[in-house]
Ligand binder design. Sequence first.
Ligand code: GLU
Length: 483
Amino acid sequence: MSVRVRFAPSPTGFLHIGSLRTALYNYLFAKHHGGTCILRIEDTDRTRFVEGAIEEQISSLAWAGVTFDEGPHVGGNHGPYTQSERFDLYREYGMKLVGNGTAYYAFDTSEELDAMRLRQQNAGIAPKYDRSSMRNQYTLGELETARLLEEGAMHVIRLKVPLQQDIRFNDLIRGEVVVNGREIDDQILLKSDGFPTYHLANVVDDHLMEITHVIRAEEWLPSTPKHIILYQAFGWEPPKFAHVPLLLNPDRSKMSKRHGDVMVRDFAAKGFFPEALVNFVALCGWNPGTDNEFFSMQELIDSFGLDRVNKAGAVFDYQKLNWMNGEYLKKRNVHDLARELHPKLLERGYPYVSESYVADVIELVRERVAFLADISEFADYLFGDTLAPLTPEAQEVLAKVPTLKTAIETFKTGLSLETLASQDAFKGLAQSAADAAGVKQGALMKPLRLVLTHREVGADLFRTLQLIGVERCVQRFDAFLAG
Ligand code: GLU
């Protein structure tokens, strides 16, 4: 049987970084096995519906390179796989369970349910629907139930959990899971408005869509025994389950909005490359079994397997992500990068930026930054003449060479296309400047960089001078000499 998996987001917000990883694992698993990955929108809970969330989630996934074979945006004959369009179906299936005695009518009002919970709380027991004391088909009897239904009394359909039974399943990541029926709530399947709950719609769809593997976040693990009971109730073969570990903050708390930006769009806005984010996220919880840390999407597809997904929560190491982005920045095609950065520099009003010049600057400084966008700040002195103010520390460095002006005069007069044509020619000029000022050549390099860039650190100095150019260097020397 060929592999069919699904990513099943609810449109309750933008795409969370953890959801990207869940979608990615589904995608990688499907592609690795030559299978199918579908997108299904689980919008049964209309109270939590967020306008535009689905569109945002799909576009964030597409940005990351995760696409689907079937689903709402694919169009054509597949899909749309949006649960709100399938409500009649879930009702029909829910009623089948009432028919075969694995689900039942319950008529309790919310006040009655509140009172039940309070009783349980006072008695120190876990909250759970108490089938034997509440108003349902079993306590009321068939006749009364029929009468209430006839009258149109408000009711829900609940799952009849087999209380004596151990519910077991084998999770591909966590191994065997066993839960006793007594610990499982008689879950509502159809609400009083006739809408299905997540559990019913999820199981019906996974079955009808012939899902072979359910790969989802660990937070759904407690729901799975209910799902197993539902499969039994329908007489269906359950799919295989794999619950992937949570993403954790460095302090091991759950990664959530409260700790900063956790939406994929936030990472995109910060300037992470989709390839870097995908590479990084794939490794949060999955061990490739080699020392290699760099994987293209195709390489991930080739090596991914659920057998090396860890059970333990995966700490999301922001520093490592930044580092990885920097590594991708070094490897990217410089012309593509220049095409991306160039318009942003024009927007900032920088005067000397042709696209090919931007490419030269990127080539020079990209080793020193993690983000493409950082280059405009890091190398502002290469794009315009307004230099950052000199810091007090920088002033001190300049003051350490009392004869600096003499040296700068020598640089100014000697600087030409010829002296900037080769490292050797430039070294010759630097030596004359050092001789004139009576200092070692090495003592001049930091002050020279400061005079030209107003920064203590930067990329290769000779290449920096070449890019600034003779004319602009001379202007900056003059400004220093006049100061
Ligand atoms: N709709 C659920 C969610 O929002 C999907 C859970 C599952 O994959 O079964 O995460």
